[in-house]
Design a protein around this ligand. Structure first.
Ligand code: ADP
Length: 476
């Protein structure tokens, strides 16, 4: 179903599309297939609702977000199960994601009340300056399938807190989770038109309608760099504000003073996060020569023991990849690396035994001898493959780590304060984890530099992305 102007409804065309379980290939449900006409109605509803929503007090908007936070936690188990069915991640990870998603609602319920302004002294005695922050207006949100609940609240939370209204287009692979999030928003009693949902099997016409609409003042997008660039160009025609959370190619640097086992445990855990389908997953693991053998052995041991399967099976750490093209991409990268001289230490192929045959499973893999001629060294993998590169010096590894168009997450393992500090300063990335594989949270500004994006989500910065600055000069 679409959710437009406070009503659940079919698409104008009457069309629907199928949603499948990536672990079994089975159809889970059919969803209304929105088109450009539906997007237009949603934009009009959001535009009509804007003045009323922006005109409420921050306390009133905040109340709705608190209510949505509590309701989401009440529904945690059902939402997590749906997510495992639709997206494939292990149930335990799905539960964690719902908690993370709810955290954004809570954080921005609090931030709504902290949109402060400023007064600035003037050099003219009879003048004062004042700075106000006001909601940008109607926002278009386009979200990915890899975190099908938290990537929605990370945008909806700050938009609503700031006083914006929103039209959201979820990924075609995961509209069911989006519908459940919108049921929560509906139940907490948001005024009609404040939030609108347009699922579609074809993002192009809906995207074009959202991006060409003069009423839409901001685009917030999470997805691939390729699509992000395309959307940013479209947004330029009406000069929309943009926030972009795009791809990554995270380096994971292990210096020789670090404990190789501890570093390998961290690397293995963050590598298989969401079956490798997270933009902060490491894509190049650099280990200093002195501890390379110990690190690789510990990593291969850990990754090789990971169990793949349905996210509903207890103990499974590796779910399916989201679809066939994703599986083929991972397979192609591994084949390319092996053809160019890489060694498969563990894994390296598709998993098709027994019940895995119908899903999109790839074995958790460690590759060594990876070089910059291999596709995997440059392209984001989005799968459970850990490519290892041995290095000698700090300068060399920092230069290699920065030799990418991406700039989202990076990781450093060391116990040497100087090395840690120099690495933090020199890494051209929006996020650096030092002996830390989880540098994220609703209170922290998440985002990248270079081709990884623009703007920050979460933290104090999160809400400013949805606010315009107004300067007032006052003379008397
Ligand atoms: P991924 O490769 O991870 O699936 P995409 O960037 O293709 O990432 O998808 C992220 C989001 O962008 C999804 O909601 C998808 O439907 C949407 N999308 C993809 N292409 C377009 C487009 N041309 N216009 C608007 N949205 C798009």
């Amino acid at each position: 179903m679409l959710y437009i102007d406070g009503q659940w409804q079919a698409a104008a065309s009457g069309a629907t599309f199928a949603v499948t379980d990536p672990a079994t290939g089975k159809v889970l449900d059919h969803v209304a297939d929105g088109g450009a006409a539906d997007a237009r109605r949603a934009i009009e509803a959001a535009a009509a609702a804007f003045d009323g929503w922006a005109g409420l007090t921050a306390y009133q908007r905040s109340e709705k977000l608190y209510a949505a936070y509590h309701l989401m936690l009440e529904r945690r188990e059902d939402l997590a199960k749906l997510m495992t069915s639709e997206q494939g991640k292990p149930l335990r990870a799905a539960r964690i994601e719902v908690g993370y998603a709810a955290d954004f609602l809570l954080w921005f319920a609090e931030e709504a009340k902290r949109v402060y302004g400023q007064t600035i002294p003037s050099n003219r005695a009879e003048q004062r300056f004042m700075v106000l922050h006001q909601p940008v207006g109607v926002c278009a949100a386009i979200t990915p399938w890899n975190y099908p609940v938290s990537m929605l609240t990370r945008k909806i939370g700050p938009a609503l807190a700031a006083g914006c209204t929103i039209v959201l287009k979820p990924a075609e692979q995961t509209p069911l989770c989006a519908i459940e999030v919108f049921k929560i928003l509906d139940e907490v009693g948001l005024p009609p038109g404040v939030v609108n949902l347009v699922p579609t099997s074809d993002p192009v016409p809906v995207g074009a309608e959202l991006l060409s609409a003069p009423e839409v003042r901001k685009l917030t997008f999470t997805g691939s760099t390729e699509v992000g660039k395309l959307l940013m160009a479209q947004a330029a025609t009406t000069m929309k504000r943009v926030s972009m959370e795009l791809g990554g190619h995270a380096p994971f640097i292990v210096y020789d003073d670090a404990d190789p086992k501890r570093a390998a445990t961290g690397a293995a855990m963050v590598k298989v996060l969401n079956t490798g389908q997270a933009c902060i997953c490491p894509n190049r693991l650099y280990v200093q020569r002195g501890i390379a053998d110990a690190f690789i052995a510990a990593l291969a041991d850990r990754i090789g023991k990971m169990q793949a399967g349905s996210g509903f099976t207890e103990g499974v750490q590796i779910g399916p990849l989201v679809d066939q093209p994703s599986l083929e991409k991972v397979d192609r990268q591994v084949r390319d690396a092996v053809a160019k001289g890489a060694t498969v230490v563990t894994g390296g192929q598709r998993l098709t035994d027994g019940p895995l045959a119908d899903g999109y499973f790839f074995a958790p893999t460690v590759l060594t001898g990876v070089t910059d001629e291999m596709v995997i060294y440059r392209e984001e993998t989005f799968g459970p493959v850990a490519p290892v590169i041995v290095f000698d010096t700090e300068d060399e590894v920092l230069a290699m780590a920065n030799d990418t168009e991406y700039g989202l997450a990076s990781y450093v393992y060391t116990n040497d304060l100087g090395r840690a500090y120099r690495s933090i300063e020199k890494l051209k990335f929006g996020i650096v984890g030092v002996n830390d594989i989880n540098p994220t949270g609703a209170a922290a500004p998440f985002g990248g530099v270079k081709s990884s994006g623009l703007g920050r989500e979460g933290g104090q910065d999160g809400i400013t992305e949805y606010l315009d600055t107004k300067l007032v000069g006052l003379s008397f």
